[in-house]
Write a new protein. Structure first.
Length: 423
C-alpha cells in the first residue's frame, strides 16, 4: 500500500514527499484522486480542522447522506431477475433506454429508436440502476470518511466495493458485453460503456478510504486486478473498439474512463496517450470554431447532451493535469476549444439568449453552472468571473463547497443576493 500511495501522490503532485514519510502522514497530506482535486480536498479538511465557519453546513449534510448510505446495499449484478445471454449473472446487463417495442410487428421486435424518450421497461431486469447507486453511495461514504475520519463510513464503503468487484459469490465479471442491448437486434452494444463511467467516481473514492482499517492491501490489489482486466477488455473487445471510435459524447466518456482507470493502475503512459490524442480526436472533431457541438445538437435533448459532452471534455482536461497534458488551453488554428464551447453555451444558461435547438423536457440552465464554476479556475481568458457573478452561489449545504472550496463567487455578488456559500 505504501508503494502504491507514493506512486499516486508523486504522479499527482499532490504533496511534497519526504524520505521516510509514513503512509498515514502521506494520507494526511493529500488523498489520491484523479477527477477530484486532491489539494482542494486537503485544503477543505484543513479549514474544517482550523474552525472555518463556512464549511460545516456542507459537512453536516454530507454526513446525513453518509448515515443514510450505511443502511442500503450491498449492490450486486447477481440481484437481477434473470441472466444475460451468457447464462452468467456475474455479467453486467442492461437494455438500451431509448428503444421501444415496434408497433408494426406482433411481437414488438425488433425494437425501434425514439431518441430522448426513455422506456421505463428498460430498467427492469437490468444492472443500470444498481451501478449508479453503487457509485453514489461509495463516493458519499468515502468523502464522509475523509472529512470525519470515522471508520464506520470506510467500513461500509469497503463492504460495497467488495460485493460488487471482489467477492466470488457477488462480483461482476470485468466486461460490458451485454450492456444496452436492443431487443430483436443485438445482445449488447459498445454504447453501453457510457454506463460504466460511474466507475470513475469509484476509483476516486478508493483513494479517499486508502489507509483506513477497513480497506486492506489485499483489497487494493484485488480491485486493481479487476480494473486491469476491465481496461484490457475495453481496449480489445469489439464493443470497446466501437466506443473508442465514437465521435460524440460516447467517445469522450470512453476516453475519460480509460485515462482515469490507467491512473488508478499506475499506468500514466496509457493515460497520457489517450489525453494527447483527445486534442484532435475529441476537441477538434466535436467543437466548431464558434463553440457549437454539432454531434450533440442533432439529438432531441441537444442542450443536455451539449452540456454533458462539455462536462466530459472538462473531465479529460482535469485528468490531463495529472500527466502534464494541457487540454484546457488547447485550441485548433481555426478556434475549436473547450473555452469556446463554454462561451457558446453560457449565454443560454444566463438567460441572455433562447436555446434554438430541440430539447425535450425543456432547458435546465442550472446544468451548466457547475461547469462555469469549474472553468473559473482554468480559463481566466474567458468571461468566467463575470459569469460567476450572474449565477446563484451554492447553498451552504452543497457538498461542492467541500470539493472545490477555493471557487468563490465574487463577494459583492453574494452580498447583493443575500446568498451564503461559495460558487
Amino acid at each position: 500500500m505504501k508503494r502504491i500511495l507514493l506512486a499516486y501522490l508523486a504522479l499527482l503532485g499532490a504533496t511534497t514527499l519526504l524520505p521516510g514519510a509514513s503512509v498515514q502522514e502521506l494520507i494526511s497530506a493529500a488523498p489520491s484522486a484523479f477527477l477530484a482535486d486532491a489539494n482542494q480536498l486537503q485544503a477543505a479538511r484543513q479549514r474544517l480542522d482550523n474552525g472555518d465557519k463556512s464549511l460545516p453546513p456542507a459537512l453536516a449534510q454530507l454526513e446525513r447522506e453518509a448515515k443514510a448510505a450505511l443502511t442500503v446495499g450491498p449492490f450486486s449484478v447477481m440481484h437481477k431477475e434473470s441472466p444475460p445471454p451468457s447464462g452468467d449473472k456475474h455479467d453486467y446487463m442492461s437494455q438500451a433506454p431509448y428503444y421501444w417495442p415496434n408497433p408494426a410487428t406482433s411481437n414488438g421486435l425488433p425494437y425501434i429508436r425514439r431518441d430522448g424518450e426513455r422506456n421505463p421497461d428498460a430498467y427492469g431486469n437490468s444492472d443500470r440502476v444498481a451501478i449508479g447507486e453503487l457509485a453514489d453511495k461509495v463516493e458519499t461514504l468515502a468523502l464522509a470518511y475523509y472529512f470525519k475520519r470515522d471508520e464506520t463510513y470506510a467500513a461500509r464503503a469497503a463492504l460495497l466495493l467488495r460485493a460488487w468487484f471482489l467477492d466470488p459469490a457477488t462480483r461482476m465479471n470485468p466486461n460490458f458485453q451485454f450492456a444496452q442491448a436492443v431487443l430483436g437486434v443485438n445482445t449488447g452494444r459498445g454504447t453501453g460503456l457510457i454506463e460504466s463511467r460511474a466507475f470513475v467516481r469509484v476509483v476516486d473514492a478508493v483513494g479517499l478510504v486508502a489507509g483506513s482499517k477497513a480497506w486492506t492491501d489485499a483489497d487494493q490489489r484485488g480491485l486493481q486486478a479487476w480494473f486491469a482486466q476491465f481496461v484490457q477488455w475495453m481496449l480489445e473487445s469489439e464493443q470497446g473498439r466501437d466506443e473508442a471510435a465514437a465521435k460524440n459524447n460516447h467517445g469522450t466518456y470512453y476516453d475519460v474512463q480509460i485515462a482515469a482507470f490507467a491512473l488508478f493502475l499506475g499506468r500514466p503512459e496509457l493515460a497520457s496517450n489517450i489525453l494527447q490524442t483527445a486534442r484532435q480526436k475529441r476537441i477538434a472533431v466535436q467543437i466548431e470554431p464558434d463553440g457549437r457541438q454539432p454531434l450533440e445538437l442533432v439529438r432531441t435533448k441537444s442542450w443536455g447532451y451539449s452540456v454533458g459532452n462539455l462536462s466530459g471534455l472538462m473531465s479529460l482536461a482535469t485528468l490531463g493535469e495529472r500527466v502534464g497534458v494541457d487540454l484546457w488551453h488547447y485550441e485548433t488554428p481555426d478556434g475549436r476549444s473547450i473555452g469556446n464551447a463554454l462561451d457558446y453555451l453560457a449565454p443560454f444558461a444566463l438567460g441572455e439568449s433562447k436555446w434554438p435547438h430541440p430539447q425535450l423536457g425543456g432547458v435546465s440552465k442550472e446544468a451548466l453552472f457547475p461547469l462555469l464554476r469549474q472553468a473559473a479556475e482554468h480559463l481566466p481568458e474567458q468571461k468566467c468571473q463575470a459569469w460567476l457573478a450572474k449565477i446563484p452561489a451554492l447553498e451552504a449545504t452543497n457538498r461542492a463547497n467541500l470539493l472545490r472550496p477555493k471557487i468563490v463567487a465574487p463577494k459583492a455578488a453574494r452580498l447583493q443576493r443575500g446568498l451564503p456559500g461559495s460558487g
